[in-house]
Design a protein around this ligand. Structure first.
Ligand code: ATP
Length: 232
């Protein structure tokens, strides 16, 4: 596993959001983390990134125990993040948003030119301020920004949120491309169908606990199981 989280308990103040959560992502694997509103999906990502430190449990990435590392060190170790609200610098151009995200890790480095080859529309957007982009364009820039950071693993938080179906398909295609480039992916999604269409394996969270894990195909191909676990 390139990412292993074991027995995480994470709190906001005295409120416990995660209970004994364990999951793993293998190199070159796409894993979906599914579950209803408030299940603890975003909190799991925040715990991995060190944004909300778990009170108990460990996070190991690429063989190192990163549980107590500050977020910027975790990013430098090779974990990229595509947040649900994109978080681009609005007044900077796309080129500048990408340039400030360049990092060297032990994983493959991506130049802006190579990144543009994967996200072809980017080339034409380079001089635009991020605040003037459409939602779909912003999402593409957010994914490109994660790639520019030379990740071994990219975490996606609700990548389909607020996007038109055609753009969602483009985002799923870029996730397949990341996988083809040997990058591991963990996707948090409320929309199970979207995530399951690219995932190899899946975990389902409910009320802060893992209630199911297995092959994505098992959920994809079994509507009754999906309904029972996800209500969808
Ligand atoms: P959603 O899809 O609605 O974002 P989620 O599965 O990502 O749901 P989380 O956002 O991780 O769920 O929330 C898990 C629990 O933690 C919820 O009960 C939520 O109310 C609580 N929570 C999340 N963020 C905070 C916070 N900043 N302060 C206090 N409680 C929080």
């Amino acid at each position: 596993m390139i990412l292993n989280i074991s027995s995480l308990d994470t709190f906001y103040g005295e409120t416990q959001a995660l209970f004994d959560v364990s999951l793993g992502v293998a190199p070159n694997e796409v894993v979906a983390l599914l579950g209803p509103n408030g299940a603890g999906k975003t909190t799991t990502l925040r715990s991995i990134l060190g944004l909300t430190k778990p009170r108990r449990g460990r996070v190991t990435f690429d063989g190192a125990d990163v549980t107590d590392w500050p977020t910027h060190e975790i990013a430098k170790a090779g974990i990229g993040w595509v947040p649900d609200d994109r978080r681009l610098c609005p007044t900077l151009t796309v080129a500048r948003n990408l340039a400030i995200a360049i990092k060297r890790t032990r994983f493959r480095a991506w130049s802006i030119k190579e990144t543009c080859a994967i996200f072809s529309p980017l080339e034409y957007l380079m001089d635009r301020e991020a605040e003037n982009l459409s939602g779909g364009e912003m999402q593409m820039v957010a994914i490109a920004r994660a790639l520019i950071g030379s990740p071994g693993l990219v975490l996606f938080d609700e990548p389909s949120q607020g996007l038109a179906p055609k753009i969602v398909q483009d985002v799923l295609e870029t996730i397949r491309q990341l996988k083809a480039e040997g990058i591991a992916v963990l996707i948090v999604e409320q929309n199970a169908e979207t995530a399951l269409s690219v995932a190899d394996r899946a975990y389902i969270l409910d009320l802060g606990r893992v209630v199911w894990s297995g092959e994505a195909a098992a959920l994809r191909d079994d509507p009754a199981l999906r309904r029972r676990l996800l209500g969808a």
